[in-house]
Write a new protein. Sequence first.
Length: 197
Amino acid sequence: MRLSNFFTVLRLILAPLFFILYFLPVQFGLDRRFFLVVIIPLFVFMELTDFFDGYYARKRNQVSNFGKLFDPFADVLANLTVMFCFTLDGFLPSLLFLIILYRELSIMFLRMLARGEGITIAAKMGGKLKTVSYIVASGFSLFILILIAFFSLPESIVRYFIIVNYCLYGLASVLSVLSFLSYYNGYKKALKHQAEL
């Protein structure tokens, strides 16, 4: 297996593992602090695999049909799994999660349409900013969990951090919609250009 594809497959495996480890202490009444020590580096490593698969695909010329198909799917699966956990835990409002979910499903559908038309749409800055906003917002949720698990902070302070987290997810949802519109606009332009040939 190519190294770039290995990192993609690894991310597909790590996403459900994150979900299991996140809720295992809740289901069985275990000490959550131990699991936080595990899932935080797991989250970081999962995000790094997204960088590594693209890096090695370009550096070693390992771009493949498998990678083109499964890399975006692995990204969506990992991001939505993490944010679904935080939605159930109250760090991410359900409405914002739905906006992000619908955006990700729509972009996957649009990619399939583009591929069917033989259209390649280059990654845009909006998509990269969206990804960074996902990581920052989710990372902040983990930071709040650390504060709750390891420090006896007043509820008012914890509530303040949660409000900040809401704002970060709000920004992420806005960026996700804007990046989708940018991608859709690129798709329409490519279709028009193709029709003129």
